[in-house]
Design a protein around this ligand. Structure first.
Ligand code: SAH
Length: 248
C-alpha cells in the first residue's frame, strides 16, 4: 500500500493540482485553515481533488480570512479502486449519511440512489451525499471520490443496465447459501451491488430482479440486516472475493 501518513490532515479541493499551483482560498477554506486549525504562513497540509493524487501544500499570505495554498509536491499518485457501482434505496438522513460514508470507505466508484416500491424518503439531497463522500475520503485518505448520480426507479435501472456488469443483488429472501461461494462463481470485472430499503424489496421487484441474466442474488446470512449494515457486509464480501481486497 502506498505510504500513508495517518496523522496528517487531508483537505478536499476542487481545483486542479500541479507543482507550483497557487490557490487563493475561498472564505470558508480560509476561515477553517486560519481560524479553526490556526495554521500560519509556512504551515503545510495535504490536499487532494479526486483526480490529481495527494499533494503537500504550503500556506502563505495568511490574514484573518485569507490565505493562499501553493502545491509543493505530490506525495501520493492518484489511486483508482474497484469498479463497483453501489446502488441503494435511500434511507432516512442519518442512516443515509452513514451508508454513503461507509460505501466511500469501501472504495465504490459510483453511488446510485434507486427508488423502490418501499423506499420511504421524499427526495435525496445529492449535495449532502457528496459532502459525506468527501468527508469520508478526507478522514480515510481515499483519493477517488465516488460519483453521486441522480435517483432512478428500479425498473429503468434494470432496463438500461449494461449486462457486462454483474449486479450483485442482496436478496433478503434468498435461500441461505454462502455468499462467498456465490461470488466465487462471478467473473471479476465491472460490478454493481444493490441493497434495498428499510421495508425490503417487494415481491414483484424480487421477481423482476431474478429474471435478469446479469443479476446475481446473494444471501447475507440467516438474519435480516439493517440496510446500512447490509451495505457494509455486502461491499466487504464483494471486495474480498472480487474487488481490491484480494492479494495482487
Ligand atoms: N428493516 C430493516 C432491514 C431491511 S432489509 C431496516 O430497517 O433496514 C434492507 C435490505 O438489506 C434488503 O432489501 C437487502 O437488500 C439487504 N439485506 C438485509 N438482510 C439481508 C440478508 N440476510 N440477505 C441478503 N440481503 C439482506
Amino acid at each position: 500500500m502506498a505510504p500513508y501518513d495517518f496523522a496528517a490532515r487531508r483537505h478536499y479541493l476542487s481545483d486542479d493540482l500541479a507543482e507550483g499551483t497557487e490557490i487563493v482560498c475561498n472564505t470558508s477554506q480560509a476561515d477553517y485553515f486560519v481560524n479553526v486549525l490556526r495554521l500560519k504562513s509556512g504551515s503545510t497540509i495535504l490536499v487532494f481533488n479526486g483526480r490529481d493524487g495527494e499533494w503537500r501544500a504550503e500556506l502563505s499570505q495568511v490574514k484573518r480570512n485569507d490565505c493562499t495554498l501553493t502545491m509543493l509536491q505530490q506525495v501520493r499518485p492518484q489511486a483508482s479502486g474497484p469498479d463497483i457501482h453501489y446502488l441503494f434505496a435511500p434511507l432516512k438522513q442519518a442512516r443515509l449519511d452513514y451508508m454513503v460514508q461507509k460505501a466511500t470507505e469501501m472504495g465504490v466508484a459510483v453511488l446510485r440512489p434507486v427508488i423502490t416500491q418501499r423506499t420511504n424518503v421524499d427526495g435525496v439531497n445529492l449535495e449532502r451525499m457528496r459532502g459525506n463522500a468527501i468527508e469520508a475520503a478526507e478522514q480515510c485518505g481515499i483519493l477517488r471520490i465516488p460519483m453521486v448520480e441522480e435517483p432512478v426507479k428500479l425498473g429503468p435501472v434494470l432496463d438500461e443496465w449494461d449486462p457486462a456488469r454483474a449486479l450483485i443483488y442482496c436478496d433478503e429472501a434468498a435461500s441461505e447459501h454462502s455468499p462467498v461461494e456465490t461470488l466465487a462463481g462471478v467473473a471479476s470485472g465491472p460490478m454493481g451491488v444493490l441493497v434495498g430499503p428499510e421495508g425490503g424489496f417487494g415481491t414483484e421487484e424480487q421477481d423482476m430482479l431474478r429474471r435478469q441474466s446479469f443479476v446475481v442474488p446473494i444471501s447475507l446470512g440467516p438474519r435480516v440486516l439493517r440496510a446500512d449494515t447490509a451495505a457494509v457486509a455486502a461491499l466487504a464480501l464483494v471486495n474480498a472475493v472480487l474487488g481490491d481486497w484480494r492479494s495482487n
